[in-house]
Structure formats: structure tokens, C-alpha cells
Design a protein around this ligand. Structure first.
Ligand code: 5GP
Ligand code: ZN
Length: 113
């Protein structure tokens, strides 16, 4: 499949991994919009939030649970962080494999930075 994040999952494209489970992978964004900018993705290819079904409920929960683990591991849980999911063109989605942005490391102002 010609999907950038599936290639990161299967290792054919390298990434700076920060967290991994059977169902979820998290790695640093190549163009960080904040001091901490991590992408949390399901290992199952789901193109957008529009394609999430009731059967994917556990996967969606795993994305948020991963965020909690990462925040704790990086020591940013108390200071705070932001989770963002862009959907389709108007939402600013560029990579069509479901992902949650975890942004942190400074007082965030606007939508992305
Ligand atoms: P979107 O705009 O689809 O919500 O976010 C896609 C994100 O993927 C962007 O923040 C972009 O910087 C990041 N990205 C694009 N290509 C790569 C890559 O090859 N490696 C990593 N680590 N991040 C990427
Ligand atoms: Zn994919």
C-alpha cells in the first residue's frame, strides 16, 4: 500500500520512535510545530477519522492511552499538552493514515503552535 505511515510502521521508512504497542506506534514529527511534536498512529491503516467504525473503538482508545503514557514518560503531563486530529482537506490533513498530533513543551497559543 502506498501509505507513508504504513511504511513507517513496517520499517521501510525510518522514524524516531517514542512509544509502541501491538496496536499503536508513536514517533516524532519530521517538521515539529512545537518543542515536543509526536504523531500517534494506529498500526491498522485507517485513512481518516471519517473511516473509523464502531469496531475500531478499542483502537481509538489506544491512541489516547498512548498519549497519556507518552506524556508521563516525557514528564509533560502536569505542564500540559494538546492533541489534534486533522480530517480531510479543510481540516489540514496531509497524510491519509489516521494520526493524533501530540504538541507540548511550551504554552500553546494558536491552533497548531
Ligand atoms: P497532517 O497534516 O496530515 O495532520 O499531519 C501530517 C504530519 O506528518 C505533518 O506534521 C508532517 O510534518 C508529518 N510528516 C510528514 N512526512 C513525515 C515523515 O516522513 N516522517 C515523520 N516523522 N513525519 C512526517
Ligand atoms: Zn497507512
Amino acid at each position: 500500500m502506498d501509505c507513508l505511515f504504513c511504511k513507517i510502521i513496517n520499517g521501510s521508512i525510518p522514524s524516531d520512535k517514542v512509544y509502541e504497542t501491538d496496536t499503536v506506534l508513536a514517533f516524532r514529527d519530521i517538521q515539529p510545530a512545537a518543542p515536543v511534536h509526536i504523531l500517534i498512529i494506529p498500526k491498522k491503516h485507517i485513512a481518516t477519522m471519517n473511516d473509523v467504525t464502531e469496531q475500531d473503538g478499542a483502537i481509538v482508545a489506544d491512541l489516547f492511552t498512548a498519549a497519556r503514557h507518552i506524556a508521563a514518560e516525557l514528564g509533560i503531563a502536569d505542564a500540559g499538552y494538546r492533541l489534534i486530529n486533522n480530517v480531510n482537506n479543510d481540516g489540514g490533513q496531509v497524510v491519509y493514515h489516521l494520526h493524533v498530533h501530540l504538541l507540548a513543551g511550551k504554552k500553546l497559543g494558536g491552533l497548531l503552535s
